[in-house]
Write a protein that binds this ligand. Structure first.
Ligand code: GA4
Length: 334
């Protein structure tokens, strides 16, 4: 048992866990894909089938756009807590500035964040409170580029799966009514960790799958992200940070649209004792009325859908009734 002289704030919200990654020796590493190279579509599908995860390199998103947003985010999160609490954009419910509370059902993490809704033009929506117009502008500029990356990824998935038209998936995200969200997470350094045995970790963001089609994540150079391997008893492996790449995460909706051929991936973040981690994630979701069902071309040869029919609106509503770590697709399986 660990006895701490002075109970830290962390104790109040029972964050301590032991999220130990497993033996990563047989993990070949995160696949890296250059979307403009020949064979990219097959490489994307292969990575999505094996891991539900890969990183995009040589992506063409200007470094200045990324750096500008990271600097704005760091500046906001570094402001006094009282200023953040009074920024007029919190507490998150679920949009806005959130501190440690995730979602509506009691999930907690060692982080603070901004969760923003985007409108049909992929600009921060009027319904989303933001702390400053400079942060809003930086998000809009960033999302304009990263949404293009998500589009290319979804086109590559369609091509690699032999699905026509090429925009069968990406069109769901390009739809003017599509439901896209953007999140900036700040995981402060957690010095308490240095006083705990190695076997103890602090949960930054608990394990979960993303409900959307795909998520595109970029982080600073601080480690912490881990993913559960498909098969292999869901062994957890660390994802080495790469501030120059974008990580693509397969979400539950893409799993259903491909009738389980691509699988969403459980992932989580553990806190770091020394360095703060900042990540920015674009979640590509479809319009609320969009039917989420296997694409007809993937249901040939008498194959049945593994899922009952539902819309993105139904799924999102169910997600917000769930706990972070729940398997949200289970109730939708036939
Ligand atoms: C996980 C993916 C995205 O971060 C998110 C999260 C959302 C939230 O933080 O408000 C949820 C979570 C996420 C899934 C289950 C519900 C909803 C918290 C939670 C407990 C913005 C999303 O779309 O779903």
């Amino acid at each position: 048992m660990v006895v701490l002289a002075k109970p830290p704030a962390l104790d109040q919200i029972s964050l301590l866990r032991s999220p130990q990654p497993g033996d990563a020796s047989s993990f070949p590493g995160v696949p890296a894909v250059n979307l403009s190279s020949p064979g990219a579509a097959l490489a994307v599908v292969d990575a999505c089938e094996r891991f539900g995860f890969f990183k995009v390199v040589n992506h063409g998103v200007p470094a200045g756009v990324v750096d500008r947003l990271e600097a704005e985010a760091v500046r906001f999160f570094a402001s006094p807590q009282a200023a953040k609490d009074a920024c007029g954009c919190g507490p998150a419910s679920p949009l806005g500035y959130g501190n440690r509370r995730i979602g509506r059902n009691g999930d907690m993490g060692w982080l603070e964040y901004l969760l923003l809704a985007l409108d049909g033009n992929a600009s921060v929506s009027k319904a989303s409170p933001v702390p400053s117009s400079s942060l809003r502008d930086a998000v809009n500029q960033y999302v304009a580029s990263v949404r293009g990356l998500a589009t290319s990824v979804l086109e590559a998935v369609a091509e690699g799966l032999g699905v026509a038209p090429r925009d069968a998936l990406s069109g769901m995200v390009a739809d003017a009514a599509s439901d896209q969200v953007f999140r900036i997470n700040h995981y402060p350094a957690c010095p308490l960790l240095q006083r705990l045995p190695d076997s103890c970790g602090v949960t930054g963001f608990g394990e979960h799958t993303d409900p959307q089609l795909v998520s595109v994540l970029r982080s600073n150079g601080t480690p912490g992200l881990q993913l559960a391997l498909h098969g292999d008893d869901g062994r957890w492996v660390p994802v080495p940070p790469d501030r120059d790449a974008f990580f693509v995460i397969v979400g539950d909706s893409l799993q259903v649209l491909t009738n389980g051929r691509l699988k969403s991936v459980r992932h989580r973040v553990v806190a770091n004792s020394l360095k703060p981690r900042v990540s920015m994630i674009y979640f590509a979701g479809p319009a609320p009325a969009q039917r989420i069902a296997p694409l007809p071309q993937l249901l040939g040869h008498g194959k049945q859908s593994l899922y009952r029919d539902f819309t993105w609106g139904d799924y999102k509503k169910a997600a917000y009734r769930s706990r972070l770590g729940d398997n949200r697709l289970d109730p939708f399986r036939i």
